[in-house]
Design a protein around this ligand. Structure first.
Ligand code: ADP
Ligand code: MG
Length: 618
C-alpha cells in the first residue's frame, strides 16, 4: 500500500512511508490513513473486526501488557490490574484528580503532591505516558500488520482543552511507542477536517463540534478563517458519556429483576455481564425499538422509549454545556453554520435530535462518529506528507524568525508558535553618517546570537540617500503567507527605496531539527543571556565612543585642556574594556566617560542654544 519511490542518492527503490492519523481516545483508540490509491480515508481494521481498540490495558502477573478488547474482559474481574481511561491522567498530579479518585478502580499513587501521578500494578509503577504508550504501541503493531509496512510517523489528536504539558505528554507517549509524532492536533479540528471543513483557502466559517464519547463530553466552537482553526470556546463535562447511558440501563434492570447494587458488588462476574449487556442494549436501541436478553435466568428488557426517558436528564446536561459554550464564544447560535457530531454516543437518535433542536439545523453525521477524529488526523497526515497539494498546510511557525541586529544579536519579529498567515513590521535605522546601504540577514531559531541560529537569507537595501546616523527610517516587514512562504521587505520610509526577498523557512528542515533547535535554546538559555548582555554592553560602548569622538571633533574649542586629556584617557579605557569579556567593566567605563563628558556637554549645549536664540532675534 505504501508508495514506492527512487532514492536519488543510492538509486535503489524504497518504500515511501505513510503517515498515519491516530485518535488516542479515553474509551477507544484507532488508526486511519488516506488510501494511497483510492485517496479515500479508511479506518484500519482486520477482517471482520472493529477499527476501534478499547483504550484498556491489562497487566498479567509478570507485568506483560495486553491492550484492547482482550484487556476489556478483565475490567471487573481484575480491576487492580486493568487500566482504563489513562488519558484522564495525562499531565496530571494527584492533587488534580483527587476529587475523582474513586473513579479509578486501579491504584493511583496518592502522594498528595504536585508531582505527576503514577499508577501501581503489582510491584510496578507506570506513568500515564507509559500507559498511553502501550496503547500507541498496539495501534502501531496493528497498523503495520494491516499495511504490511513499518509505521513510524503519526499525527495524534488531543482534546482542545489539553494544555501544553498534556500535549507534550502525548508526544512523549508517541516517542516511547516508537512513533515520530509529526503533529498534535485538536480533536474538534480533526473532526472538521474529516468533513472537509476548513480545507479551502477562502472559507470562513463558525462551527460547533459536539463530541459525546464513552466517559467524556466536549463541545467546541471553532472559527475557521483561511484554513486557520481557532478555538473560540470549549465546554463540557469530563465525567459524562456513554458509560452513564449503560449505567442507567443497569439500574433499570436491577429494578426489573429485584436485584440490588450490593448483589452486584458481591458478584463481579454478574456485574461484568450486565455491563456488557447494557452496552449491547444501548447500541441495539440506536436502531431498534426494543431489546431483550436473559441473564442468569432473569429476563431483562428495555424499550427505546424507556431508554430515552432515562437518559433525558443526561442529554439535557450536554445541551446546557452547549449553551455555555455559545455564550463564551460571543457568537450567537444562529451564526453557527455547521454542527459536527463526534463520538460513539452521538449514534443515539435522541442525542442527535436534542443537538439539532438546540442549534436549529440538521447535524453533520455522515462520517462514522467513532472514526471521524482519526480520519481527520489522517487528512492532516496526508497533507503533511505532501500528497494533497491542493490543500495548504495552515499552521504555526515552529521556530522564531528575525533579523540580525548590532553585535550579531537576533531580533525576533515573528515569535515561534505564531499563527500563519501573519505580518509584522519593525523600524530600524543606520549606525553611521551617510550610510547608504543596510544588510538585512534573516535568521530562524531561538538563540540570542544569530550565529547559533539558522540563516535563511540575506539581502542589501541599497540606495539610502546620505543622512546622519539614526536618521533613516528603515521598516523591515516579515510576511508569512498562507503557503508558509516568508517575504521579507525592507523600505527606507523617508526616501521610499525598498527591497524584498522570498524564503521558505521550513524548506530542508525536519521536525527533528526543529526539536533540536528548541532543546538547544533551553540548554543554552543561561549562556545566551550572558552573551546577549555582553553584546549589548559592547554595542553601547562602541556607540558612546563614536558619538564622543564626533562631539569632540566639532566642539574641541569649547573644552579645556584637562577636559580633553581626561576624555581621551576615559575613551582609551573604554576601548580597552570593549576587548574584554566583562560586561560590568564595560558598564563602569561607559559611566566614567559619561561622568567626564556630561559637564562640558551641557555647557556646549547652552552655548549652542543661546547662539541659536541670538540668530533668531526679531
Ligand atoms: P472516546 O472518544 O471517549 O474514546 P468513543 O467516541 O469511542 O469514545 O465512544 C465510545 C462510546 O460510544 C461508548 O460508550 C459506546 O458504548 C458508545 N457507542 C458506540 N456505538 C454506539 C451506538 N451504536 N449507540 C450508542 N452508543 C454507542
Ligand atoms: Mg473521542
Amino acid at each position: 500500500m505504501a508508495k514506492i519511490g527512487i532514492n536519488i542518492a543510492t538509486g535503489s527503490l524504497q518504500k515511501e512511508e505513510m503517515i498515519v492519523g491516530i485518535d488516542l481516545g479515553t474509551t477507544n483508540s484507532l488508526v486511519a490513513i488516506i488510501h494511497p490509491e483510492s485517496k479515500q480515508p479508511v479506518a484500519l481494521k482486520e477482517h471482520n473486526s472493529s477499527s476501534l481498540v478499547p483504550s484498556i490495558i491489562h497487566f498479567d502477573k509478570y507485568g506483560g501488557a495486553t491492550v484492547g478488547e482482550d484487556a476489556k474482559q478483565f475490567l471487573i474481574k481484575e480491576p487492580e490490574n486493568t487500566i482504563f481511561s489513562a488519558k484522564r491522567l495525562m499531565g496530571k498530579s494527584y492533587n488534580d484528580i483527587k476529587e475523582n479518585a474513586s473513579f479509578f478502580t486501579y491504584k493511583v499513587i496518592d502522594d498528595n503532591t504536585e508531582s505527576l501521578v503514577k499508577v501501581q500494578v503489582g510491584e510496578k509503577f507506570y506513568s500515564p505516558i507509559d500507559l498511553s504508550s502501550f496503547i500507541l504501541k498496539e495501534l502501531k503493531h496493528r497498523a503495520e500488520h494491516i499495511l504490511k509496512t513499518p509505521v513510524t510517523k503519526a499525527v495524534i489528536t488531543v482534546p482542545a482543552y489539553f494544555n501544553d504539558s498534556q500535549r507534550q505528554a502525548t508526544r512523549d507517549a508517541g516517542k516511547l511507542a516508537g512513533l515520530d509524532v509529526l503533529r498534535i492536533i485538536n480533536e474538534p479540528t480533526a473532526a472538521s477536517l474529516a468533513y472537509g471543513l476548513g480545507l479551502s483557502r477562502e472559507e470562513s466559517k463558525t462551527i460547533a463540534v459536539y463530541d459525546l464519547g464513552g466517559g467524556t463530553f466536549d463541545i467546541s466552537i471553532l472559527q475557521i478563517t483561511n484554513g486557520i482553526f481557532e478555538v473560540l470556546s470549549t465546554n463540557g463535562d469530563t465525567y459524562l458519556g456513554g458509560d452513564d447511558f449503560d449505567r442507567v440501563i443497569i439500574q433499570h434492570w436491577l429494578r426489573q429483576s429485584g436485584l440490588s447494587e450490593t448483589d452486584l458488588s458481591n458478584n463481579p462476574e454478574l456485574s461484568q455481564t450486565l455491563r456488557l449487556k447494557a452496552e449491547e442494549a444501548k447500541k441495539h436501541l440506536s436502531s431498534n425499538e426494543t431489546f431483550e436478553a436473559e441473564v442468569n435466568g432473569d429476563r431483562l428488557s428495555i424499550t427505546k422509549v424507556e431508554f430515552e426517558a432515562l437518559i433525558g436528564p443526561l442529554i439535557e446536561r450536554t445541551v446546557r454545556s452547549c449553551r455555555n459554550a455559545i455564550a463564551d464564544s460571543k457568537v450567537d447560535v444562529q451564526s453557527i453554520e455547521s454542527v459536527v457530531m463526534v463520538g460513539g454516543s452521538t449514534r443515539v437518535p435522541a442525542v442527535k435530535k436534542a443537538v439539532s433542536d438546540f442549534f436549529g439545523k440538521p447535524v453533520n453525521d455522515s462520517v462514522n462518529p467513532d472514526e471521524v477524529v482519526a480520519i481527520g488526523a489522517a487528512v492532516q497526515a496526508d497533507i503533511l506528507a505532501g500528497n494533497n497539494k491542493e490543500f495548504l498546510l495552515l499552521d504555526i511557525t515552529p521556530l522564531s524568525l528575525g533579523i540580525e541586529t548590532m553585535g550579531g544579536l537576533m531580533d525576533v519579529l515573528i515569535p515561534r508558535n505564531s499563527k500563519i498567515p501573519t505580518k509584522v513590521g519593525r523600524q530600524y535605522t543606520t549606525q553611521k553618517d551617510g550610510q547608504s546601504g543596510m544588510r538585512i540577514s534573516v535568521f530562524q531559531g531561538e538563540r540570542d546570537l544569530v550565529n547559533d541560529n539558522r540563516k535563511l537569507a540575506e539581502f542589501n537595501l541599497s540606495g539610502i540617500p546620505a543622512m546622519p546616523a539614526g536618521f533613516p527610517k528603515v521598516e523591515v516587514a516579515f510576511l508569512i503567507n498562507a503557503d508558509g512562504i516568508l517575504v521579507v521587505k525592507a523600505k527606507e520610509l523617508r526616501s521610499g527605496v525598498e527591497q524584498s526577498i522570498e524564503v521558505k523557512p521550513q524548506y530542508g528542515i525536519s521536525d527533528a531539527d526543529v526539536e533540536k533547535m528548541l532543546l538547544d535554546s533551553i540548554t543554552h538559555a543561561k549562556d545566551d543571556i550572558a552573551k546577549r548582555a555582553l553584546v549589548e554592553a559592547r554595542t553601547e560602548g562602541e556607540q558612546l565612543l563614536q558619538t564622543t569622538e564626533k562631539f569632540i571633533g566639532k566642539n574641541a574649542t569649547f573644552l579645556t585642556r584637562e577636559e580633553l586629556i581626561e576624555t581621551a584617557q576615559a575613551m582609551q579605557a573604554l576601548q580597552l574594556a570593549l576587548t574584554m569579556e566583562d560586561k560590568d567593566l564595560i558598564h563602569r567605563k561607559v559611566e566614567e566617560l559619561n561622568d567626564i563628558s556630561r559637564p562640558y556637554a551641557e555647557r556646549v549645549m547652552d552655548i549652542a542654544v543661546s547662539s541659536a536664540m541670538k540668530g533668531k532675534q526679531v
